[in-house]
Design a protein around this ligand. Structure first.
Ligand code: TRH
Length: 389
């Protein structure tokens, strides 16, 4: 049965914040796009409003229910009170296999027609995903569908707003706007002329070694790092002042400047304004791809180094062009993630990467086009839901 046409379809996303900002980052991005571009009435259930507030300052951490950017945000406190079929959305998404309240599931089972029940999974470039995307599993007399984002047309694709490219190109072409954007963080004109690098990584990244390389180099580098990220290395570099937003220090060729955590749309602008981006997890990793600039990915750590398998799977798809593998990028990415047994020092990795930046930038453009051809995750998800109901 198709989705309703006489009213906006409704959709509920259940999000448990496991750690950091990626869980809520992805759900919030998806919620905004479904509402803003597709007219879907979205309710976002989140268990951690404080994390949410860091990427969306409008969030009131005390509110049980609030409207933000047209989305109903509900504080998910494990409510299992009475849910009636009327409370159930047409499409129900559980993010990363979080267990939605049993009372909600019971109400889903009583609906006629029953809602489309989707488990939105994590992103990986591994090949097995194609075989698992859209698989079904019977649950409580209903069918649960597994929806995988991915890098091929046999997956759900990647989150990407319709106007994203247009916005990025307009921003990058508008030099005063870019200068004003960076200027609000205290970046000086001279620091803007340097090679600009954004740095978002987990604590295990070899940041101190990279800073030492940049400091000793001949080319000025401005490194912009959100507050709290790579804290030890940043604090050591900054010296006596606290490494809080606004702090900055220059030594040798390197300036490190601490930025506040910015709302998601501004984080995009930061990626667009920088020449090289270090990103992590899932969502900033995807945004770096849409930014079309060279980037190094710090992948989320998993047991038994499973993340190294995922990293290699991605590099096999991404770090290759008509001339073959882009060795400088592969080596740097593996070293950044501790995935290389014979990693070169950063004093050699960085110059090689820097020399290849034009080639990597060209690859980034081609990759964007390749990925865009698969549609975008929000549209693919709605089409899938419409076809399965
Ligand atoms: O924060 P992350 O490490 O998140 C995650 C989680 O750890 C999650 O449990 C895990 O499943 C996933 O990684 C793989 O990295 P990520 O995914 O890049 O999410 C960060 C979000 O924060 C993203 O939406 C961008 C946003 N952000 C801002 O809005 N402003 C900022 O200043 C910064 C630095 C990030």
């Amino acid at each position: 049965m198709p989705l309703p046409t006489d009213r906006a379809p409704s959709l509920a996303i259940f999000c448990k914040v496991v750690d950091n900002y990626g869980d809520i980052g992805i759900c919030w991005r998806l919620a905004r796009q479904l509402s803003g571009e597709h007219g879907v009435a979205v309710t976002l259930w989140v268990d951690d409003l404080s994390s949410f507030r860091r990427i969306c300052p409008e969030i009131d951490v005390k509110a049980e229910t609030q409207q933000v950017s047209g989305i109903t945000v509900r504080h998910w406190r494990g409510q299992d009170g009475a849910f009636a079929p009327a409370d159930v959305a047409d499409i129900v998404i559980e993010f990363f296999a979080c267990d939605i309240p049993p009372g909600y599931i019971a109400a889903m089972a009583q609906c006629s027609p029953q809602p489309v029940w989707l488990n939105l999974e994590g992103l990986t470039a591994e090949e097995w995903v194609e075989g698992c995307h859209a698989l079904t599993s019977p649950r409580h007399g209903m069918i649960k569908h597994f929806f995988f984002p991915g890098f091929t047309d046999k997956t759900g694709g990647l989150l990407r707003e319709a106007a994203l490219d247009e916005k990025r190109l307009a921003f990058q072409a508008d030099v005063p706007a870019m200068a004003a954007f960076l200027g609000q963080f205290g970046v000086t004109a001279a620091q803007m002329r340097a090679v600009k690098v954004s740095l978002f990584c987990y604590p295990s990244a070899p940041v101190a070694e990279l800073f030492a390389t940049w400091q000793a180099g001949s080319e000025p580098i401005t490194c912009l790092v959100p507050e709290g990220v790579a804290f030890d290395a940043v604090q050591a570099f900054i010296g006596d002042d606290a490494a809080v937003a606004g702090a900055a220090h220059t030594r040798g060729a390197l300036t490190v400047r601490v930025l506040p955590f910015v709302p998601q749309d501004d984080y995009d602008r930061l990626l667009w304004a920088c020449d090289v981006n270090f990103v992590r997890g899932e969502d900033s990793f995807v945004r770096a791809q849409w930014a079309c600039q060279p980037f190094i990915w710090h992948i989320y750590l998993q047991d038994e180094n499973l993340h190294h398998v995922k990293l290699r799977a991605f590099l096999q798809r991404y770090a290759v062009d008509a001339d073959g593998a882009i060795d400088s990028l592969v080596r740097a990415a593996l070293a950044w993630n501790g995935a290389s047994a014979d990693a070169l020092p950063w004093a050699r990795l960085w110059p090689a990467l820097q020399a290849d930046l034009p080639r990597i930038r060209a690859r980034a453009q081609a990759w964007r086009q390749q990925m865009q051809a698969h549609g975008d995750l929000a549209s693919n998800l709605l089409a899938f839901a419409g076809a399965t109901r």
